[in-house]
Design a protein around this ligand. Structure first.
Ligand SMILES: *[C@@H]1O[C@H](CO)[C@@H](O)[C@H](O)[C@H]1NC(C)=O
Ligand SMILES: *[C@@H]1O[C@H](CO)[C@@H](O)[C@H](O)[C@H]1NC(C)=O
Ligand SMILES: *[C@@H]1O[C@H](CO)[C@@H](O)[C@H](O)[C@H]1NC(C)=O
Ligand SMILES: *[C@@H]1O[C@H](CO)[C@@H](O)[C@H](O)[C@H]1NC(C)=O
Ligand SMILES: *[C@@H]1O[C@H](CO)[C@@H](O)[C@H](O)[C@H]1NC(C)=O
Length: 521
């Protein structure tokens, strides 16, 4: 479970290249007039560089020979002209190649906040998204030792105990001082000195990440700059009490490497300046404010400060990749009649087929029956009686309850709609039951079966969606979806029979829109 910290020479180069990054902007003539100390520094770095290049080039597996080779070359180098070396430093081979590489999972280090008390239960959420060490790096930070099982070593990150924080003062009457420990996870993870890190991503033990989508989001940003990326709470009141400028820790947030470095230098002193704050994420935000770094909001991080059923929120996901889910212990399982973990395991199937499209909503019409259809790909299909403005169904229906239980829908930080205004409008919900790839056509086939619940009596004289048992959705995987400007897919009802409906979801064709028909409802 240990992270391989000194894995390859490739990583080692990165370290050398950090100081050598500067000469890129240097012109040759400037190079010659460098102060002596600088010349020596550059000389030293380049000597190491050449030594290691030769080491790499040497095809001999014998260690002795390697050492000999590098030694003799470093002696030869000492006699060479420093100016020549400087010029080679200005354009060293492969400069920037590693930096130009797209951000991948391997560039991310996760810092997971956990507590020993809840570990045996919560670890199941981590197992849902964690991939073994070779693909992912990360640490679970605990408050004390927990029992570990050998058969789990591959399915969980390494566990560590956070540093002692008893010297910090904590003066919030409602909160718990573990907030200080959790806030320091960024700094503690950085201090482990892992190499080739571009982003630190924080999450709780009950956060589930869609890691492919996390990578898609982080790829939009330059990891060499200061970035603090995350999202707000669903609860307007939470955002008032804390801040709309704060990344909620449970939804997860990302901090670029240079920002983490800057933070690490000041975090402990910064934390001491805010003993009255409640949690870890507001402490983080306070230090970000001191560093002058604002929150970059990405709506795919989900804190989910709600109770009840997430359905309304998930089925109307914003047009952005789904990055995380949180508070999964608090809300109902996302698929009915299974456990929370089983439900999330089911969601992993469409996630593996077409992660970019997961949860993305499109609206179309079954004109023969006069129904509106909403597809939230990989999760659910809803059929509504009548042909309504698609825009209505892009608001999440209020199947969930406010974090502050007495607050009503005015206390959400976004628009919602009532589940129904009229008994005929209650949607017929079909939950995804299976999904697969058809390897002959390379098109995903996902199946949605009707959630059987009582419906109020409807007097509209029209076809009853209750007769449909199953919906099949065809969709071509679209991994480059988010490389284009954000736009919903279009859906088309291909077939609508008594027992089943077939829908195609894909990029809208030229001129295609989710039109509102003029027929009456
Ligand atoms: C000195 O550096 C030049 C490149 O600038 C190289 O061509 C030459 O072989 C080097 N001499 C020695 C002795 O390494
Ligand atoms: C691992 O081992 C423990 C006890 O030895 C057992 O309870 C648990 O089910 C095992 N887990 C897996 C994933 O095999
Ligand atoms: C933390 O440090 C304090 C004093 O600095 C000490 O009394 C306490 O035992 C330490 N706690 C742990 C868990 O090591
Ligand atoms: C719920 O699950 C149980 C067992 O998995 C099954 O027997 C039952 O029919 C299911 N109920 C519904 C409404 O699907
Ligand atoms: C399906 O995808 C595979 C792998 O990308 C490719 O080799 C194959 O030709 C594709 N088949 C069709 C029918 O497009």
């Amino acid at each position: 479970m240990k992270v391989n910290q000194n894995n390859s020479e490739k990583n080692f180069w990165d370290q050398i290249r950090i100081p050598s990054g500067a000469p890129i902007s240097m012109s040759g003539s400037q190079g010659k007039s460098l102060p002596k100390l600088m010349v020596w520094l550059i000389w030293f770095v380049s000597a190491t560089y050449v030594v290691y290049t030769l080491k790499l080039l040497s095809s001999s597996p014998s260690c002795d020979e390697d050492i000999f080779l590098s030694r003799s070359n470093s002696i030869a180098l000492q006699k060479n002209d420093t100016a020549a070396i400087i010029s080679s430093m200005i354009s060293p081979p492969q400069l920037g190649e590693e930096n130009d590489e797209k951000t991948g999972l391997k560039h991310i280090v996760f810092g997971i906040a956990a507590s020993a008390k809840l570990w045996q239960k919560r670890k199941e959420y981590i197992k849902l998204w964690w991939k073994p060490e070779r693909k992912m790096r990360g640490i679970v930070w605990l408050d004390s030792h927990v029992r570990t099982y050998r058969n789990e070593s591959g399915s969980l990150p390494q566990l560590r105990i956070s540093g002692n924080t008893s010297r910090f003062s904590y003066k919030n009457k409602q909160g718990h001082r573990s907030a200080i420990r959790i806030s320091r996870i960024v700094s503690e993870t950085l201090r482990l000195g892992m190499e080739n890190v571009r982003w630190f991503v924080m999450g709780d033990d009950d956060t589930v990440f869609a890691t492919d989508n996390l990578v898609r989001i982080l790829n939009k940003y330059d990891h060499n700059q200061y970035y603090y990326i995350g999202s707000s709470s669903e609860s307007h009141l939470q955002n008032i009490y804390f801040s709309y400028r704060m990344a909620y820790g449970g939804g997860g947030f990302a901090i670029s490497y240079p920002l983490a470095k800057a933070l690490e230098k000041m975090q402990d002193r910064c934390i001491q300046r805010y003993p009255g704050l409640y949690g870890s994420d507001d402490r983080m935000q306070a230090c970000m404010a001191e560093l002058g770094v604002p929150l970059t909001k990405e709506l795919g991080f989900h804190q989910y400060d709600v109770y009840g059923n997430l359905f309304g929120l998930l089925a109307a996901h914003p047009v952005t990749p789904l990055v995380s889910l949180h508070h999964l212990d608090v809300v109902e399982p996302i698929f009915p009649n299974v456990t929370r973990v089983q439900a999330l395991q089911r969601l992993k199937i469409p996630m593996s087929l077409d992660s970019a499209g997961l949860m993305q909503q499109s609206i179309c019409y079954d004109e023969s029956n006069g129904w509106t259809v909403s597809v939230s790909w990989g999760f659910a299909v809803q059929i509504f009686r009548g042909v309504h403005s698609g825009a209505l169904y892009l608001y999440g229906s209020r199947t969930f309850l406010n974090w502050y239980r007495r607050a009503d829908y005015t206390a959400y930080a976004f628009n919602t709609r009532p589940v129904m205004r009229n008994p005929c409008q209650k949607p017929f919900v079909f939950y995804m039951s299976k999904a697969r790839m058809n390897y002959r056509t390379n098109i995903t086939v996902s199946e949605y079966t009707r959630h059987i619940v009582p419906h109020p009596k409807c007097r509209w004289k029209m076809a009853n969606p209750a007769e449909v048992d199953k919906v099949e959705v065809l969709k071509k995987p679209d991994p480059l979806l988010w490389n284009r400007s954000p736009r919903r897919n279009c859906c088309r009802v291909l077939e609508s029979k008594r027992k089943g409906m077939v829908i195609d979801v894909g990029v809208c064709r030229e001129g295609e829109i989710s039109k509102v028909l003029t027929t009456k409802t």
